[in-house]
Design a protein around this ligand. Structure first.
Ligand code: SF4
Length: 285
């Protein structure tokens, strides 16, 4: 029996992660003392590669001379830039341009007198970066259940921006609920194009394949969302970090396998998963 393997066109690195990685590795070649606050992206293999290039991970900015701070793809709060400059760091900014665009939209809305509402994961670095770009406190909503109508009554006008990797359907439901409580509500759909393409594919693939394999780190928010969407459409969905997590039993009596990978999953990881699946398929057929 032939088992088809279908890899999503959008699987793996998005434009912003590719760009951040290139900037990081180029910076490491040019400068010997490069540091970053946290991981460059949410993927252990990529982090290992970046640390291997000589870049160090730090927890906070202490006084420095001749050190370069690499700002990650998720971006950072304005306070981080201010602190880094005042403490003598040179800054190399690898913030994804699509995240920078969210910062600009949020700042403009705030300047025009709108209460900024961010739909996203409260503790995610990208959301902390967006919130930290603003002068006033933004409201962060991470799910429809956490909306407090009493709090919304305080806002005469509000503008919504969205963490770039959020799910569009969930976001739309939250916006619909917000619009019932806030008369003047502007919605800026800032879910980035690469995320939308991934989500469009993941809404079709689980229905066309008997089994779905989602590749990415357990720390990757966008991989988690791909997994959740796929699982809601096809119970035979498995989230793996590498080919070592694959199990032979999954491939018994399936005719097609769909594969996708989160935005921070390197192509080499996806390729090794595909080749291991081919080996396992041979064993079951
Ligand atoms: S997921 Fe979107 S916003 Fe985030 S780094 Fe990739 S392209 Fe940029």
């Amino acid at each position: 029996m032939t088992i088809r393997i279908n890899v999503a066109k959008s699987a793996g690195f998005c434009f912003g992660v590719k760009r951040a990685l290139t900037i990081a590795l180029d910076t490491a070649k040019k400068s010997s003392d490069v540091v970053m606050l946290g991981d460059v992206v949410h993927n252990e293999d990529v982090v290992r590669e970046v640390l291997g290039s000589g870049i160090k991970k730090i927890k906070s900015l202490s006084k420095s001379s001749d050190k370069t701070l690499l700002i990650r793809a998720h971006g950072a709060a304005s306070n981080t830039y201010r602190k880094a400059k005042s403490r003598g760091f040179a800054i190399v900014d690898a913030t994804c341009p699509m995240v920078t665009e969210i910062h600009e939209i949020a700042k403009k809305c705030e300047a025009n007198g709108y209460q900024v509402i961010v739909i996203g994961d409260k503790k995610h670095d990208e959301v902390l970066g967006i919130v930290g770009q603003l002068k006033k406190k933004a409201l962060v909503i991470d799910g429809i259940k956490t909306i407090d109508p009493a709090q919304l009554k305080k806002y005469k006008k509000a503008a919504v921006v969205v963490q770039s990797t959020q799910n569009l359907q969930k976001t739309q439901k939250i916006v619909d609920k917000l619009s019932k409580h806030i008369k003047d509500l502007i919605f800026h759909n800032t879910i980035c194009r690469p995320t939308q393409t991934k989500q469009e594919e993941i809404q079709k693939m689980p229905l066309k394949n008997d089994l779905m394999v989602i590749i990415g780190s357990k720390t990757s928010a966008n991989t988690k969302r791909l997994y959740e969407l796929s699982k809601s459409l096809n119970k035979k969905t498995f989230w793996i970090q590498s080919q070592q997590n694959l199990k032979l039993s999954w491939f018994k009596s399936v005719k097609s396998v769909g594969i996708t990978a989160g935005a921070s999953t390197p192509d080499k990881t996806t390729k090794s998963v595909v080749s291991q699946i081919k080996k396992l398929i041979k064993q079951v057929s």
